[in-house]
Ligand binder design. Sequence first.
Ligand code: XIL
Length: 374
Amino acid sequence: MWLLLLAFLLVTCKAKEPVYPESCEDLGLPDDLAYTQSSLALRELADAREMGVGAAVSALPLDCDPAYGDALGHEFNMLTTENALKFGPVHPEPERYDFDAADAIIGFAEAHAMQVRGHALVWHQMNPEWIDQADFTREEWGETLRAHITTVVGYYKGRVQVWDVVNEAMGDGAHDLRKTVWLEGVGPDYIDKAFAWAHAANPDALLFYNDYGAEGLNAKSDKVYELVKGMLDRGVPVHGVGLQMHLSIEDAPDSEDVRANMQRLGDLGLQVHITEMDVRLPNDPDPELDEKQAEVYRQMMAVCVDAPSCTAFVTWGFTDRHSWIPYFFPGEGEALLFDAAYQPKLTYVALQDALSPARIPRPEDYGAECDCEP
Ligand code: XIL
């Protein structure tokens, strides 16, 4: 009996898991989705400060949801390729590259005068099967990664200005380098090599090391600091560090720690980008949490605006209509700047606020009722 109940619960829970969308139909878009242009777009404010404000972009909504492109082009001066340039999607077979999705995203960026962050040349996830199951010699591993980086960076030379060359290489826990196919295959110097290969393929691109959980001051951010400092000492062409900023309200870093981290990286001569910010909320609506969430966004943008080293602020998506959060953190969502109907949220206003010292815009600018006066 109990077993039957358990089986039933497992099946129903499983059935409720959202299906990761792969077609326009999967997105289940209502007909009336529309984005209304704000009178003070984030990109205008960021342009005035000569900084980047961006969002990670997926090819599927760009293709299927016109409101997505309307908002993106109006609001942001930078974008990151969310999945299209990860190893698996772009290089699915040893002799085959597939640039279609990335071409669509980067073509959009060019048509809207946006900078492009290419993400991510070397990562332990989303690798194709032929990599995950490869049985190469050390030399073959090196040659495989060199050819991949050279081809992808070379293909987008002049079109991708910034690359996340290595993503999430620092392990959790002991904070040694994460054990990945690249560490084990190419060897302990795979990070240095990846940056050198990327630089050779496009000497004009800014090359970033990108990671999570290393935003403030902690053991992991110390390790990231040591890593990039060591790279600079060895003459490796690294130009910046990406702070991902996938947050929930409870684990948001202290803004003074983030400021200090940006400062020490800046002192090394490196740039810092906030690369993947989102602040997920539990699915129960709670206006108090909405305000706290907006405050986290405001603080992180304010720190970036103030830090000379911080030159771009990028969110992981921009509308709750299309976000990875509900798929990867079941029971949580609403992590971004626009709701699922493309209405700007308090989080959006918080970013306007932090970007614009001269003017403190309010959600009522958009006809919304709000008692969020500080
Ligand atoms: C995520 C994407 O958003 C998902 O669509 C995909 O299925 C998995 O990867 N850190 C990163 C990003 O560096 O590449 C991840 O993106 C989110 C966590």
